[in-house]
Design a protein around this ligand. Sequence first.
Ligand code: DGL
Length: 269
Amino acid sequence: MAVGIFDSGLGGLTVLNAAQQRLPDVEFLYYGDNAHAPYGVRDAENIFQLTKAAVEDMWAKGCDLVILACNTASAAALRRMQEEGLPKGKRVLGVFVPLIEALTERQWGDNSPPREVDVKHVALFATPATVASRAFQRELAFRAIGVDVEAQSCGGIVDAIEEGDYVLAEALVKSHVDALMRKMPSPQAAILGCTHYPLMEEIFQAALGENVKVFSQGNLVAESLADYLVRHPEMLGTGKGGYYTTGDPVRVSSRATQFLRRELRFESA
Ligand code: DGL
């Protein structure tokens, strides 16, 4: 039994980590498309084709449920995959909805019409492809009205983190927060809309100031997955868990171990 967690690279490990802590009895199959990361600078068609190929491989490995932990893949591929039809018994879920439900203080699956919410000014930090897709704003509009979203396309942070260059990543976070605050001087909330950014959460918080509530995905996605599995225990899948990569397993294992600060062994997908 394994639930699939997909990411373009290492970032989804922040979601996996939270899910493993929340659901210690569930086995997970993590799949990083490191050979093609970063996704955030690719076009939507290319991201769709790469995501679809990886998810099909995860289904073949025995997952019935795949979480697209990658915001960029959720933004560019999720809706199209669902609209084009999934094989019988297979599901794909993304990471925007749990985040937006937390931001708008909605219960899981509350599909009532959009309504006014307390938060009015929201900063979104995400990859260029996620920002270009406007998927976050689209999902938010289904649930809330009157919310002003200012999106900052954060070039370079993912590459710096994947390369293990945290000094550069920190400098880039500060400059992207500065750029955002020139456009929106007083955001009430900030969304870390990329799986890599929770690793820099303290830097985002310090640069934004303590009055800004920072929303990060790991725990929100884990909580919503736990809720989903109670209602759909049949989606636990049949395959075994593990760590797969389309990249070099030795290099990815070493970076992943540094990333989560515990030993992880990847094998070739
Ligand atoms: N993990 C992806 C996300 O959450 C970003 C990394 C990439 O650009 O591939 O958006």
